[in-house]
Design a protein around this ligand. Structure first.
Ligand code: NAD
Length: 262
C-alpha cells in the first residue's frame, strides 16, 4: 500500500498554487484529499484533477468563517470517514508598506491567516482528538515569520502569529499524539496565485527588476542558487506526515533553498 493509504487530508487554499501541489502530493501518496477553498467551482475542479470522488472532493470554505470551517470539516468526515492530516495553507498577501497599510488591510490579513488557521486547527483538532488516532497539523507559514523585509508588515505579522500557533498547538495536542509543524517557504513565484495577483509586480518594483525575472532573482539570492517551486513545499509537507518524522513536533522547516545569514 501507498504510505498515506489510510489517511484523509484536509488542505485549505488547495485550489491554487502551493496548496494545490500539497493536495496532489498527498493524493499521490495514497491519501484521500479534501480541497477546501473560497470558490466551490475552483475547489471542485482542483479535486477532479486528482481523481474521482473516492480520492478527492472539493469544498467551499472561507477559513475566516467558523461556521463554514465546521461545515467543511463535517463534510470531509462524511466523505471519507475522518480527518488525519490538516494543512493550513489558505492565504493572501497585500504587500503594502507601513504607511499604506490600512486598518481593513490589517484585519483582512489577520482574518484569513491568523484567525483562519486557528479556526481550522481548533475545529479539526476536535475531530483528531476524538478519533484517538493521532494526526498531523501543518501550517504553511513563511520565511517572513522570522525575517523582516519591506512592504509586508501585516502579512509578516500574521505569519509570525501562525508560527507561534504551531508551538502552542504542539504543546497542547502532543499528549493526543497529534504533531503540529510549520513550513517556512520563500520565493515561490512560479505557480503562485499570490505572486500572479499583484504581489509579484510589487516585489519586482521593490527590487527594481522586471516581474518575469523575479523567480531567477530569488533563486540567485539563495545559498543553493535554486528556484523554489510549489512541489518543493509539498515534498516537505509529505515528509512531515510520514513515520520518518514520528518524533518531530513544534518544528519550522524552511523551504527556501537557503537564506544567507550574514
Ligand atoms: P495562491 O494564491 O496560489 O493560493 C492561496 C489559496 O488560498 C487560493 O486558492 C485562495 O483562493 C485561497 N484562499 C484565500 N483566502 C481564503 C480564505 N479566506 N479561505 C479559504 N481559502 C482562501 O498563493 P500561494 O503562493 O500558493 O500561497 C499559499 C500559502 O503559502 C499562503 O499561506 C502563503 O502566505 C504561503 N507562502 C507563499 C509563499 C510564496 O512564495 N508563494 C512564501 C511563503 C508562504
Amino acid at each position: 500500500p501507498k504510505p498515506l493509504a489510510t489517511r484523509v487530508a484536509f488542505v485549505t487554499g488547495a485550489a491554487s498554487g502551493i496548496g494545490k501541489a500539497i493536495a496532489a502530493r498527498l493524493a499521490a501518496e495514497g491519501a484521500c484529499v479534501v480541497v477546501a477553498d473560497l470558490d466551490l467551482e475552483k475547489a471542485q475542479a482542483a479535486a477532479a484533477e486528482l481523481g474521482g470522488p473516492d480520492v478527492a472532493v472539493g469544498l467551499a470554505a472561507n477559513v475566516a468563517d467558523e461556521a463554514a470551517v465546521q461545515d467543511a470539516l463535517a463534510d470531509a468526515v462524511l466523505a471519507f470517514g475522518g480527518v488525519d492530516i490538516v494543512v493550513n495553507n489558505a492565504g493572501l498577501s497585500l504587500s503594502k508598506s507601513l504607511f499604506d497599510t490600512t486598518e481593513a488591510d490589517w484585519d483582512l490579513q489577520h482574518d484569513v491567516m491568523a484567525k483562519g488557521s486557528f479556526l481550522v486547527a481548533k475545529n479539526a483538532a476536535r475531530i483528531l482528538v476524538d478519533q484517538k488516532l493521532g494526526g498531523d497539523i501543518v501550517y504553511i507559514s513563511s520565511k517572513n515569520s522570522v525575517f523582516a523585509g519591506p512592504n509586508n508588515i501585516a502579512y509578516s505579522a500574521t505569519k509570525a502569529d501562525q508560527a507561534h500557533q504551531v508551538r502552542l498547538l504542539a504543546a497542547e495536542l502532543g499528549e493526543h499524539g497529534i504533531k503540529v509543524n510549520g513550513i517556512n517557504p520563500d520565493g515561490v513565484v512560479r505557480g503562485s496565485g499570490i505572486f500572479a495577483s499583484g504581489w509579484g509586480a510589487n516585489r519586482a518594483k521593490t527590487y527594481g527588476i522586471e516581474e518575469q525575472d523575479l523567480g531567477a532573482f530569488y533563486a540567485q539570492r539563495t545559498l543553493l542558487k535554486r528556484e523554489v517551486l510549489p512541489e518543493h513545499v509539498a515534498n516537505a509537507v509529505y515528509a512531515l506526515c510520514t513515520p520518518d518524522f514520528s518524533h518531530t513536533t513544534g518544528l519550522h522547516v524552511p523551504v527556501d533553498a537557503g537564506v544567507a545569514q550574514a
